[in-house]
Design a protein around this ligand. Structure first.
Ligand code: GLU
Length: 443
């Protein structure tokens, strides 16, 4: 397999302050390759535990990838070819699991990185799953519901052969929704010849979804923030937060930070703008405004603010909940928050990680912080398999148990190795995956 056939070229964030450490090794002006980032994180943790070279070599590569092209009939009668991927990174611990992203800048290397992160994430949470990710290069914002449905079905017709409850189970991710999961489960069911809804998670309730899946990613992150504050001895009642990104994870985080922890969310942003109110933003009103207008920008009762100001705001907790690389080594210098809670996947670059560590910021890494989503996806798989559906309180209780146990394990591992939480989470994951691979005779 070539090292990288389609390297990502997302521009790095502009400097907001001079960066004195000279540590921006990977972060050229041309951008950061996400898979390089994922491998650098793996190599760093492997060095700490002196991981056997054969184990490391296996973990540096996806075990399986499928590249597909889908013809999709557009509303104007033309046919367009869309490109997509499914990467099954490692299934030593159980069936592959991970979302599907619809994004105009999707690349195979981004999907590889995200699939690797899913593998580490399910291991950190100690749920019996491997890791995968899918992606389609498209801009859903410029597509009609009919075009999106035909694209979703076309994707499943192409990758369905490698999916299934025992093989690989997709879920929503950036710009994919419960409705898209429903179309995919329907298409797959027709391919199988019977209702096989367990092929996706994050489905609507009426076709085998789980209660509590909608806000699960944010809820898991909020539990981690609560635990981190306990460790740091800080009170969150009335404390401030800023949220970068206002999709599923970001908007539910707004609601739950206020409702469960009594925090004040003073700033939020999305791809079109950002807003600020030092007295706290009303979550129901902002969510309603975004639903009506498609953006948080223009929300009455808040001042507009430049989106790139959010990382440097004077807040207790900063929640990156958008795409990869939001916190780069250039804006990490400006971070004043005590806690950075990574609800997005890969929001902090490796060099930014060093800067945050040096500044004493408590980082709750993505592998732990946003793992509530896949954890409740796992509960959905259990419910689909058994045919017995849980009450919401049961989902919340089991999620609470899983999140707090994983938080403790990561926090204690960080202490015993004298490393940051990200490396600690990686160590926990690698050890568990290594054990499964050894037992199975792979290494
Ligand atoms: N897309 C989510 C993630 O990155 C959820 C994945 C899943 O539920 O399988 O963790």
């Amino acid at each position: 397999m070539p090292e990288s056939t389609n390297p990502e070229r997302r521009p790095a964030a502009r400097a907001t302050e001079p960066f004195p450490l000279g540590a921006c090794a990977l972060e050229s002006e041309e951008g950061i390759n996400t898979f390089t980032t994922a491998r650098r994180q793996l190599d760093e943790a492997a060095a700490v535990i002196d991981l056997a070279p054969d184990v490391l070599e296996l973990l540096r590569w996806p075990m399986r990838e499928l590249h597909v092209t889908m013809p999709v009939r557009m509303d104007d009668g033309s046919t367009r070819a869309f490109h997509g991927f499914r990467v099954q990174y490692n299934d030593a611990r159980g069936p592959n699991k991970g979302g599907i992203r619809f994004h105009p800048e999707e690349t195979i290397d981004t999907v590889r990185a995200l699939a690797a992160w899913m593998t580490w994430k399910t291991a950190v949470m100690d749920i019996p799953l491997g890791g995968a990710k899918g992606g389609v290069v498209c801009n859903p914002k410029n597509m009609s519901p009919g075009e999106l449905e035909r694209l979703s079905r076309g994707y499943i017709r192409q990758v369905g052969r490698v999916l299934g409850l025992e093989k690989d189970v997709p879920a929503p991710d950036v710009y994919t929704t419960p409705q898209i999961m429903a179309w995919m489960a329907d298409e797959y069911s027709f391919m199988q010849g019977y209702n096989d809804f367990g092929v996706t998670t994050g489905k609507p309730l009426a076709i085998g979804g789980s209660l509590g899946r909608g806000d699960a990613t944010a809820r898991g992150g909020v539990i981690c923030i609560r635990e981190a504050a306990r460790e740091l001895g800080i009170s969150l009642e009335g404390a401030t937060a800023a949220i970068i990104g206002y999709g599923n994870a970001g908007s539910y985080a707004h609601k739950l930070l206020v409702e469960l922890l009594g925090m004040k969310v003073v700033a939020v942003s999305d791809s079109k703008g950002a807003i600020f109110n030092r007295d706290g933003l009303d979550h129901a009103a902002v969510i309603d405004h975004k639903r009506r207008t498609g953006t948080v920008a223009g929300f009455p009762g808040a001042e507009p603010i430049a989106g790139d100001k959010l990382p440097g705001l004077e807040v207790t907790t900063l929640v990156p909940a958008a795409l990869e690389g939001e916190i780069s080594c250039r804006n990490a210098m400006t971070v004043k928050a005590r806690i950075v809670a990574e609800l997005a996947n890969g929001p902090t670059t490796p060099d930014a990680d060093l800067v945050l560590r040096e500044r004493g910021v408590y980082v709750i890494p993505d592998l732990l912080c946003n793992a509530g989503g896949v954890t409740v996806s796992y509960f959905e798989m259990v419910q689909n398999t058994s045919g017995w559906y849980w009450e919401e309180a049961e989902v919340h209780l089991q999620l609470e148990k899983k999140m707090t146990a994983a938080f403790r394990t990561v926090h204690e591992t960080a202490g015993s190795y004298g490393v940051g939480n990200r490396v600690a989470a990686m160590i926990v994951a690698i050890r568990r995956i290594e054990e499964a691979m050894r037992l199975r005779g792979w290494v």
